[in-house]
Design a protein around this ligand. Structure first.
Ligand SMILES: Nc1nc2c(ncn2[C@@H]2O[C@H](COP(=O)(O)OP(=O)(O)O)[C@@H](O)[C@H]2O)c(=O)[nH]1
Ligand SMILES: [Mg+2]
Ligand SMILES: [Zn+2]
Length: 280
């Protein structure tokens, strides 16, 4: 038996790296009966002669969208234009990532396509999210990103067409990952990347994933959502269990009016709560 890490998955085949060798394995049949499936990032025990994965080691953390386990950071790749920035999707990803005990980072892309006005707006966002404790980068100055991510396992997430594969190509051009132009009529990306794979480049473990256009929060609780809006904890409300909705003397609502909390953050919070409630 060998121990290794899954770095790639295409249908039922999992590529495991162990002692610098690659093994293309399949999971044992029993996993299927038990409704367990290995994730890219899983540390596994496998039989190197039959190439069957026998055991999945306990996970430090995992995400279901994209599917990945044992990661240090999730880098949310967000384009300013084409596709246009969606603060709703950005906040939703942050919420999803934080609830699953993964640390979010943001990498803004396509700043070259932004108008001066849009760049100003971006500066405001950068300041806000940095203040929140979420480090932000852009794909123009990659040195900063590369030094921050040394020895880390990082999954790239974000909608199709936001520039995930292009970012990895920029760091390691020899990979030549497939990228594609976004659809002009839909202003949306095409699902070019079809599988999840971790690349070991320049001292980082970067995981490219297929994009997605929607993310479902329905498995979470109202409390999960509330905790994921970490800046809200800086304000005090009259009621200790204030949901910051219709309550009187709510510090969060006051902070929104005072311009301390971004209106988009508060709107997204309300929307995510509605999404969670709808299914309860
Ligand atoms: N102008 C501009 N285009 C970019 C940038 N980053 C990526 N692209 C383009 O955006 C399209 C989608 O990129 P891709 O990497 O396939 O996105 P993915 O779906 O997130 O992997 C491609 O045509 C890229 O060339 C950028 O910073 N500026
Ligand atoms: Mg891609
Ligand atoms: Zn409140």
């Amino acid at each position: 038996m060998l121990e290794g890490k899954i770095i790639k998955n295409i249908s039922k085949y999992y590529t495991v790296i162990a002692n610098n060798n690659y093994y293309v394995c399949e999971p044992k049949g029993k996993f299927r009966q038990e409704k367990i499936s290995p994730f890219v990032g899983d540390d596994v025990l496998f039989d190197s002669s039959t190439l069957i994965i026998k055991e999945i080691k306990p996970r430090k953390n995992f995400l279901n969208r994209p599917r990945i386990a044992n990661i240090d950071y999730a880098l949310i790749v967000t384009s300013i234009k084409s596709p246009d920035i969606s603060l709703n999707l950005l906040d939703k990803q942050i919420t999803n990532i934080l609830i699953n005990n993964v640390r979010p980072l943001i990498c803004f892309t396509k700043i070259d396509l932004a108008t001066p006005k849009e760049k100003k707006y971006l500066d405001k966002l950068v300041t806000y999210y940095n203040h929140l404790g979420i480090k932000t980068f852009n794909n123009q100055k990659l040195e900063e990103l590369i030094s921050y991510l040394q020895d880390k396992i990082v999954v790239l997430t974000g909608q199709s067409g936001s520039g995930k594969s292009s970012l990895i190509n920029k760091i390691e051009p020899s990979l030549q990952l497939k990228t594609s132009e976004i659809s002009k009529s839909l202003n949306r990306g095409i699902h070019t990347t079809r599988h999840t794979e971790i690349y070991n480049i320049l001292g980082m473990w970067l995981c490219d994933t297929p994009g997605f256009s929607s993310l479902d929060l329905s498995n979470y609780t109202e409390e999960n959502i509330r905790m994921s809006f970490q800046e809200f904890a800086n304000y005090s409300c009259e009621f200790r269990d204030c949901k910051h909705l219709k309550e009187k003397n709510c510090g969060v609502k006051k902070a929104v009016l005072d311009g301390e909390i971004l209106p988009s953050r508060y709107e997204n919070y309300q929307q995510f709560l509605r999404e969670v409630k709808r299914w309860k």
